[in-house]
Design a protein around this ligand. Sequence first.
Ligand code: PFF
Length: 452
Amino acid sequence: MENQETNARGTWGSKIAFIFAAAGSAIGLGNIWRFPTQVSQNGGAVFVLVYIIAVALIGLTVMLAELTIGRHAQKNPVGAIEHIKPRSPWKLFGYLGVITGVCILSFYSVAAGWAVGYMVKTASGAFRGEVTGQMTDRIFTEFSADPLQVILLLAIIVGLTTFIISRGVKKGIERWTKILMPILFVLIIFLAIRALTLPGAGKGLVFYLKPDFSKFSGTVVLFALGQAFFSLSLGMGTMITYGSYISKSDNLVSSAGWVTFSDTLIAILAGMIIFPTLAFSGQPGDVGGVGLIYKIFPIIFSQIPGGYIFGTLFFALISVAALTSTISLLEVPVAYLVDEKNWSRTKAALGIGTLAFVLGVPSALSSGGTQIFTKLRIFYWFDFIFGNISLAVGALLICVFVGYVWGVKKALQEVFSGNPRFKLKPFWVFSLKFLSPIAIIIILIFIKTIAG
Ligand code: PFF
């Protein structure tokens, strides 16, 4: 039975296969779209600094905690918690993860749909010739306000995700990510070099990398922490689920380290493209807005000979990077229904996929598509509530669960398997039991003040 369950979800061929899959989940729109947007809206370099600290001190701690639970229990989040602490209210954490997964999937697929739309737009020559900030601004505004188009693109993303998940993760996705992710990485480096050599790039770099501490605030910390969880796919059990397929002989600490490092590197590089290009086009760093990258990337492509081919390829690769994340979002609720409720994979994928689509429609229509949803800022609120708060609450629960309920001693036994000399042990224990939960609690209390 155990075997069947595992096979129904697919298993990683090797440690490298796991790292690719987990990095595939972590690396996505969170790095290339959400990170630069948040930097732009939250004070520039100060945000970057707080973000890096949050990733190193808290993100990595939670990542290792989730992988440890997953590998120990070899189950989906709900099943894993039940396995470790049977018949306890901690199971609710699992449900929170399942609900969060569906809700993030809904608005995330909207933004992923934009990438697909931009791939087609770029390929059909919309950005050839002279490309200015005003022009890209207008194009994005019109594009994202076209109701039928955004809903169709949302349907394409959710449909593809549902199809892949109903087929099982291993064959298609594992093989493709191994080829496509490195190509994306090379292309990002190339674009960063081009952006950094544009006239005026330095001004953008100052906004991006030279902290102006007068911009520091609790809001910056809240968003940086939320972004760390979002980008690393933490706080809703994704890494519990992915960790459940790791072999007992693998080193969890170095796996967590690699995933965290590559995810952070890609985010930092994305900013190296966006902010110099923004300065080059004569705009301030804090123009923000969810369309930021869609307004900026076409400008950099226009500065490269044959740029529209690069542009098409780039948006295609972002779409793939987004897909490797959407499948991980869908995998959590599906694994739960398959394992705990005995649903077939196809039925579970179709059911949750449909729900995510329906929930995604208001977000799709809130960038001008309909007045009411635009006014209510549905996309923003879904992103804020599920992408920030819910993940932070989830991460807090993970720390308390591993640190106090399951107990560090038992968790450490699991970490030691595959890594008998765990040098960072004192730090991990300290962060898990004190630093991370206290920091998250302070931030969550702070939200009330922001909202109020
Ligand atoms: N980490 C993904 C990204 O940065 O694009 C988004 C994401 C995937 C968040 C899976 C949460 C999650 F569980």
